[in-house]
Write a protein that binds this ligand. Structure first.
Ligand code: NAD
Ligand code: WQD
Length: 342
C-alpha cells in the first residue's frame, strides 16, 4: 500500500464505502472522502475515524453531479486512484424513478471520468453488481457470462461498464477495475459500522436483523417454489469486510494491466433464505418468525459467483464465513437499534 499516495473515495459514508475507508486507513492509505449524504450521514464519517484510529485527509460534502464542486476536490488534491461507490442502489425504486437512476449512476460516473481526465488521474475501481447478470441460466457465474439486466438499476451499472470499457479502449493510459459484488452483508466486527437502511429494509439480512430485534414482526420469505434445494432463493452472501479488503487489494493490482478488467467479488457459496434464517436463529439464540408469501417481482432463483478469476488475478479469496456475516450483522443491530441516529 503506497503510503504517500492519496485515493479519492466517492460514496464513502455508505455501507460498503465506510468499511472500505476503515480498511484503507488501517493499512496506511491516505484517503479523501466525498459523499452527498443522500443515503448516509456524516456520523458514518465520524465512526470511520474512530474505528480506524485516525481521520481521512479530507472530507467533502458534495454531489458528483455538481461538476464545479467535484472539480474543486480534484484541484485541492493529487489523486493516485479513485474508488467510485457513489450511486443509487434500490432496485424497486429504480423501476419507479429510472431517470434519477441513470442520472446519478451513469451521469455521476461520467462526471467523475471528466474530472479524472481533466486532472490526469488514470486509475479507477468501479462498484458494479451481480444484478447485471439478471435472470441467470446457470450458476456459478463467470465474468464472461452474458449480461441480462432486468431493471434500471442493473442497466445503469451495465451502461457504466460499457462506458468505462469504451473509454479504456480509446485512452490506453487508463486502468479500470469493475468489481461485480454479489450480496454484501454483515458489519464491522467493532459493531460501530454497518448497514443502515432508510425505512423498512429491502434486503433480507437487515430485515431479518430487525425481526430478530423485535422491530419488525416477521420475515416474508418471497417464494418457496424456486428450483432450488429448499425452494427459497439462493444468493452468494459476502461479508462487507471481505468486500472492503477486496478494494484494498484491487488498488495494488490496478497496474497489473492497462485497460478495463471486470471481476466478480463473491464467495462461490450459495445460501438459501431458509439457511440464512436458520443461521441467524442460531446466532441470536431464538427462532425468527417468518411466513411464506408470493415471489417478489423481478427476483431470480439463484445467483452465485465463480470467484476463480479474482483468485487467479490477485491470489486472493474471501475468508469470512456465513456465521461471521450473521454475528457481525446481529452485533451491529443490537448496538445500533436505530442505525447511526440513536
Ligand atoms: P450506499 O447507498 O450505502 O452508499 C452509496 C453512497 O453514495 C451513499 O453514502 C450516498 O449518500 C452516496 N451518494 C449517492 N449519490 C451520490 C451523489 N450523486 N454524489 C455523492 N454521493 C452520492 O450503498 P452501498 O451498499 O455502500 O453500495 C456502494 C456501491 O456498491 C454502489 O455503487 C452500489 O450500487 C454498489 N453495489 C452495492 C451492493 C449492495 O448490495 N450493497 C451490491 C452490488 C453493488
Ligand atoms: C436476497 C434473497 C429474496 C427480502 C439485491 C439487489 C442486487 C444487489 C444485491 C446491488 C432473495 C429474499 C429478500 C425479504 C426475502 N445490490 N428476500 N424476503 O435481491 O438478491 O439483491 O442486493 O447491486 O442488485 O437486487 O438481495 O437481500 O433483497 O434478497 O425472502 O424481505 O432474499 O427473494 O431470494 P437481492 P435481497
Amino acid at each position: 500500500m503506497p503510503g504517500s499516495s492519496t485515493v479519492l473515495v466517492t460514496g464513502a459514508a455508505g455501507f460498503i464505502g465506510s468499511h472500505t475507508c476503515v480498511e484503507l486507513l488501517e493499512h496506511g492509505q491516505e484517503i479523501v472522502l466525498v459523499d452527498n449524504y443522500s443515503n448516509s450521514s456524516p456520523e458514518a464519517v465520524e465512526r470511520i475515524a474512530k474505528v480506524a484510529g485516525r481521520p481521512p485527509a479530507a472530507v467533502y460534502e458534495a454531489d458528483l453531479l455538481d461538476r464545479r464542486a467535484l472539480g474543486k476536490v480534484f484541484e485541492a488534491h493529487s489523486f493516485d486512484a479513485v474508488i467510485h461507490f457513489a450511486a443509487k442502489k434500490a432496485v424497486g425504486e429504480s423501476v419507479e424513478q429510472p431517470v434519477d437512476y441513470y442520472d446519478t449512476n451513469v451521469g455521476g460516473t461520467t462526471a467523475l471520468l471528466r474530472a479524472m481526465h481533466d486532472h490526469g488521474v488514470r486509475r479507477l475501481v468501479f462498484s458494479s453488481s451481480c444484478s447485471i447478470y439478471g435472470d441467470a441460466t446457470k450458476v456459478p457465474l463467470t465474468e464472461s457470462d452474458p449480461a441480462r439486466p432486468t431493471n434500471p438499476y442493473a442497466t445503469s451499472k451495465w451502461l457504466c461498464e460499457q462506458v468505462l470499457s469504451d473509454v479504456c479502449r480509446r485512452l490506453p493510459e487508463l486502468s479500470v477495475l469493475a468489481l461485480r459484488y454479489f450480496n454484501p452483508v454483515g458489519a464491522h466486527p467493532s459493531g460501530l459500522l454497518g448497514e443502515v437502511p432508510h425505512g423498512v429494509p429491502d434486503n433480507v439480512m437487515p430485515y431479518i436483523a430487525q425481526v430478530a430485534a423485535g422491530r419488525l414482526g416477521r420475515l416474508k420469505i418471497f417464494g418457496d417454489d424456486y428450483p432450488t434445494p429448499d425452494g427459497t432463493g439462493v444468493r452468494d452472501y459476502i461479508h462487507v469486510m471481505d468486500v472492503a479488503e477486496g478494494h484494498r487489494v484491487a488498488l495494488d493490482h490496478l497496474d497489473d494491466e492497462r485497460g478495463m478488467r471486470v471481476l466478480n467479488l463473491g464467495t462461490g457459496r450459495g445460501t438459501s433464505v431458509r439457511q440464512l434464517l436458520a443461521a441467524f436463529a442460531d446466532v441470536c439464540g431464538a427462532p425468527i418468525p417468518y411466513e411464506i408469501t408470493g415471489r417478489r417481482p423481478g427476483d431470480v432463483a439463484e445467483l452465485v459467483a465463480d470467484p476463480t478469476a479474482v483468485a487467479r488475478a490477485w491470489g486472493w479469496a474471501t475468508t469470512r464465513d456465513l456465521t461471521a456475516m450473521v454475528e457481525d450483522a446481529w452485533r451491529f443491530q443490537q448496538i445500533n437499534p436505530s442505525g447511526y441516529g440513536n
